[in-house]
Design a protein around this ligand. Structure first.
Ligand SMILES: *[C@@H]1O[C@H](CO)[C@@H](O)[C@H](O)[C@H]1NC(C)=O
Ligand SMILES: *[C@@H]1O[C@H](CO)[C@@H](O)[C@H](O)[C@H]1NC(C)=O
Length: 722
């Protein structure tokens, strides 16, 4: 077996070494079997950590834990809307300090895979596109459209030039060994045809022309033009073949779990199946795989999207939302990586030799490491290889790096890491409240227009909240005033959530879901003779992050709005005069800050508002001892947003109870995102991450805006510990 081949490989390596000696510059290249970095043939192990989903103070530890977990590469997207919130005004500070993040990976001795996109999807607001991009005249996203191409090229060049000037590409001595342009464009190209093909060709040429010195990839795009490498994303990718025989087989997203949506249960992926899928990929010529996510983290502020995506982006990743090892997944994968590394030389230089001792059993060996497989989801199996018998659990792979010693089986978890948990912090919080007022159409600071306007067009996403305000005149001869049969108000909205106030009183709340963002309010409303004030608070839960021409999707109250059961039958309110007010009063007063919150009168004690809609709460607290990450238990609250010392830790929505099926979970057999869910009938998200670095030793300002009404006295702090 393979001795000729081994000689060839030795010759090849010698050749490479002489090449690299001749030139001072390092090189990144590849063949169909491996990446070749500085002359060394590599099977690369990578993991996604998105820098804005944690804090700079967390980065060194996350990166170190990734390294300890056996990773060679950190992969991240680049988040355009975080970096260019308004045209030409850039932000590379704090959580958006991309250069710092990459340099930290380099200092830890890791490589970086930079997915510039700039479309990133990622359950991130607007898929990473800035909102202003939608309002560039004539623009159409991700197609052969000049205004789009100009803006996209501008940003990609900005990032590439920044990386070059910081000497971060590998040939410059930096850690970036590859980049990505676009993202999962294949399905879009397939759908839109010719303009999609033209755009792909342009994108590829534009990227390659930037001359980074490292390979570009396009994921989920079979048509990726040379020299760009097409790659696979999914729960399993062993069957994937790149579009040319000389390209390496890459898996850019090994899904370690799945995202949580408000209203959905919490998805999990068993470590045994995750390890099994990776081992299968590696034994089938795989040369690069990347865990999506290795650390999912938190959708701070209003960065969550995909609509109805939860604030936690834990993803059931090997490092949990708080940055602690998610055991025993983290350790089980670390052990897998050790076994792969021991087999690396053989894997990177020889094609597997496949034998099938039985229907569901497979042996793959190179010179010389062996992967023994049992694909049977129910039965364990005895397998004989080179005269030795091995016992394999169902749905598992054993790795023998030297063809003799079984060092790892994907279904046998040997490490006993301890599970992280929440520990309540003693001492209650003392709250004060402030009622957000309900504006009306005759307020002076509103915008008056004819008919109903699309929400984002008015808010430009500066707030989740938009008030739609109008008045309805009821004559004293209306029949319902005598019969007491209140008329039926119907409000149709494109999403995502809606509160209906009649003369300042809440009449009802409706909300959509990820599967159906549209909603309809139907309610019999108590109107009186004379002028009645109708105030609709329409609430967005992020902008769409994916879908064909998602820039055209609408949000907000677009009608029709009707009043049924008046003397004339049905009155249509859709086309009448409406007034608009962007955001909440508390937002414009900046109640989340020390100065803003001291500018108004709060109430406390027996006057504290409880179970009242549209209420602001504030308190101060001292930091719990130690360095553990912190969380807020929001079980007693409904929906809104939370700030610590002026930093938004995200939207809370524990009032949204998880619907779905939460059966048992067998690791064996094909995994799908709905297979292993928990917390049905519970809030989709109860705990909200407070990064330790956002907390001072004492006097921390905690502000909560509550839409639905809740009991703040039951909010409590917890420490996350292993
Ligand atoms: C590995 O790649 C070689 C060369 O392309 C191919 O002949 C072989 O079938 C591949 N093996 C597997 C298991 O994918
Ligand atoms: C968006 O706003 C512009 C004015 O700024 C207006 O002309 C247009 O009709 C609005 N579109 C929608 C869908 O509301």
């Amino acid at each position: 077996m393979g001795s000729m081949r081994r000689i060839n490989i030795l010759v090849l390596i010698a050749l490479m070494l002489s090449l690299t000696c001749a030139s001072v510059k390092a090189t990144v290249s590849y063949d169909d079997k491996a990446f070749i970095i500085n002359g060394k043939r590599r099977i690369l192990i990578s993991g996604s950590i998105h820098y804005p989903r944690s804090t700079p103070e967390m980065w060194p530890d996350l990166i170190q834990k990734a390294k300890d977990g056996g990773l060679d590469v950190i992969q991240t997207y680049v988040f355009w809307n975080g970096h260019e919130p308004s045209p030409g005004k850039y932000n590379f500070e704090g959580r958006f300090d991309l250069v710092k993040f990459i340099k930290l990976a380099q200092q830890a001795g890791l490589y970086v895979h930079l997915r510039i996109g700039p479309f990133v999807c990622a359950e991130w607001n607007f898929g990473g596109f800035p909102v202003w991009l939608k309002y560039v005249p004539g623009i159409e996203f991700r197609t052969d459209n000049q205004p789009f191409k100009v803006a996209m090229q501008g940003f990609v060049e900005k990032i590439v030039n920044m990386m070059k000037s910081e000497k971060l590409f590998e040939p410059q001595g930096g850690p970036i060994i590859m980049s990505q342009i676009e993202n999962e464009y294949g399905p879009v190209e397939w759908e839109i045809g010719a303009p999609g093909k033209a755009y792909s060709a342009w994108v590829a040429k534009m990227a390659v022309g930037l001359d980074t010195g490292v390979p570009w990839i396009m994921c989920k795009q079979e048509t990726a033009p040379d020299p760009i490498i097409d790659t696979c994303n999914g729960f399993y990718c062993e069957g994937f073949r790149p579009n040319k025989p000389y390209k390496p087989k890459m898996w850019t997203e090994v899904w370690t779990g799945w995202y949580t949506q408000f209203g959905g249960p919490i998805p999990h992926r068993p470590a045994e199946d995750l390890a099994f899928s990776v081992a299968r990929f590696v034994q089938n010529n795989g040369s690069f795989f990347n865990y999506y996510m290795y650390h999912g983290g938190t959708n701070f502020g209003r960065t969550a999207s995909g609509l109805f995506i939860a604030t936690s982006y834990d993803y059931d990743a090997p490092l949990d939302e708080y940055g602690l090892p998610h055991e025993t997944k983290w350790a089980h994968l670390r052990d897998l990586h050790k076994a792969i590394k021991q087999s690396e030389a053989a894997l990177a230089s020889s094609y597997p030799i496949v034998t099938w001792p039985g229907k569901n059993q497979e042996i793959k060996s190179g010179d010389c490491s062996a992967f023994l497989s049992n694909f049977d989801p129910t039965y364990s199996s005895k397998l004989t290889f080179q005269n030795v018998q091995y016992n394999l659990p169902p749905w598992s792979i054993s790795i023998l790096p030297d063809c003799k010693t079984e060092v790892y089986n994907t279904a046998r978890i040997s490490s006993k890491g301890s599970k992280a948990k929440m520990i309540g912090v003693d001492g209650g919080l003392s709250w004060q409240s402030y009622n957000e007022e309900t504006p009306s159409a005759d307020d002076s600071d509103t915008l008056t227009m004819q008919g109903l306007w699309e929400q984002i067009n008015v808010t430009r996403d500066n707030s989740d909240y938009l008030w739609y305000l109008t008045q309805v005149n009821i004559g004293s001869n209306e029949g319902f005033l005598k019969s007491g049969k209140w008329p039926l108000l119907t409000v149709m909205s494109a999403g995502h959530s809606l509160h209906v106030f009649i003369n300042g009183q809440l009449s009802g709340t409706v909300y959509g879901s990820l599967d159906n963002t549209k909603l309809t309010y139907n309610g019999n409303v108590n109107l009186r003779a004379g002028v009645n004030k109708i105030s609709l608070l329409s609430v967005a839960v992020g902008l769409p992050n994916v879908g064909l021409h998602f820039e055209r999707w609408n949000t907000g109250v677009l009608g029709p709005i009707t009043l049924k059961g008046v003397n004339e039958g049905t009155r249509d309110l859709t086309k009448q005069t409406w007034s608009y007010k962007v955001g909440l009063k508390g937002e414009s007063l900046k109640l989340d800050t020390i100065t803003g919150s001291s500018s108004i009168e709060w109430v406390k004690g027996s006057l504290l508002a409880q179970k009242q809609p549209l209420t602001w709460y504030k308190t101060t607290f001292n930091a719990p001892e130690g360095n553990d990450p912190l969380a807020l238990d929001m079980l007693s609250m409904g929906k809104g947003e939370i700030w610590i010392n002026g930093e938004s830790i995200g939207r809370h929505w524990p009032g949204y109870i998880a619907k779905g099926s939460c059966g048992g979970c067998n690791y064996a057999g094909t995994f799908t995102e709905k297979k292993c869910q928990t917390d049905c009938g519970q809030p989709s998200q109860r705990w909200y991450h407070i990064p330790r670095s956002w907390v001072k030793p004492s006097g921390n300002l905690l502000v909560v805006f509550e839409e639905w009404g809740g009991d703040p006295t039951k909010i409590s702090l917890a420490r996350r510990t292993a």
